[in-house]
Design a protein around this ligand. Structure first.
Ligand code: NAD
Length: 261
């Protein structure tokens, strides 16, 4: 790649928070963002694993990387993360709102507590994080946010029931458009990546088991395989960097063509 193009993707000197970055898609994107030069803060409830992952990123990419324990559903915890991150790094340039959970249950049997927890992590957490980090970005007059929604924001998965997940991810997609349009003239861009079925800890046991559900998923996917976490990283780098300077309030599906059928 020519240097002038590579420079547009360069994140050197920037600081990026990745929620739920201890493992899975968050970790894979954090690795890609670190490879593009940014310092990394992993904000996860699983602090021991996040610390291990941060150490591994620092070793492999040569950037500063740390873990600050965070529960994205708790405003105090989110505010503490931002204070601590500002104290350690002095500026916050990029945010990946990735922390998310899923419960498979038919709507008529779903406990309200399960519905609430899924919406709380997946949607309320994105709002709390965007508000707290967004205030720092708005004060600086620049920043880029990538929210991880899901193809479940666009289609309804089958055969499993997961109404809370689908509704929460549709909320993330529209929240992205709200934030992206509210903040565009203040220098902050907000976009969303909508992955299809990816092979991570969230789905590992389901793919390992195989069975009818996985067969249905793959029969409905033109590409006939799950995505690998590493297949999201380059798009995250693009959306966080100056390479995407005119891209805002938009949705990017990475699903092997699933939503086209
Ligand atoms: N795996 C897929 O097929 C797939 C598809 C589409 C979208 N997604 C989305 O991508 C994101 C990452 O998924 P994954 O498969 O890597 O999941 P994962 O379960 O492997 O990792 C999720 C991470 O989030 C952390 N986390 C959970 N609750 C948290 C909270 N309250 N505060 C902070 N951290 C918390 C967990 O500790 C974990 O490290 C999620 O938002 C998920 O909905 C995943």
């Amino acid at each position: 790649m020519k240097e002038r193009l590579a420079k547009k993707f360069d994140l050197s000197g920037k600081t990026c928070i990745v929620t739920g970055g201890a493992q899975g898609l968050g970790l894979a994107m954090a690795r890609a963002v670190a490879d593009a030069g940014a310092d990394i803060i992993l904000a996860d409830i699983n602090q021991p694993l996040a610390e291990q992952s941060a150490a591994s990123i620092a070793k492999d990419s040569g950037v500063r990387a740390c873990a600050i324990q965070t529960d994205v559903t708790k405003e105090d915890s989110v505010n503490h993360l931002v204070e601590e991150a500002m104290a350690r790094f002095g500026h916050l340039d990029c945010l990946i709102n990735n922390a998310g959970i899923c419960v498979h249950e038919d709507a008529e049997n779903m406990a309200y507590a399960d519905w609430f927890k899924v919406v709380d992590v997946n949607l309320n957490g994105v709002f709390l994080m965007s508000k707290a980090v967004g205030r720092q970005m708005l004060a600086a007059g620049k920043g880029t946010i990538v929210n991880i929604s899901s193809m479940s924001a666009i289609i309804v998965n089958t055969p499993q029931g997961q109404c809370a997940y689908n509704a929460s991810k549709a909320g993330v997609m529209h929240l992205t458009k709200s934030l992206g349009t509210e903040w565009a003239r203040k220098g902050v861009r907000v976009n969303t990546i909508a992955p299809g079925y990816m092979r991570t800890d969230m789905t590992a046991s389901i793919f390992a088991e195989g069975g009818d559900m996985v067969k249905t998923w793959m029969a409905m996917s033109p590409t006939d395989r799950p995505g690998e976490p590493e297949e999201l990283g380059p798009l995250a780098v693009y959306l966080l960097s100056d390479a995407s300077s005119f891209v805002n309030a938009s949705v990017f599906t990475v699903d092997g063509g699933y939503t086209a059928w």
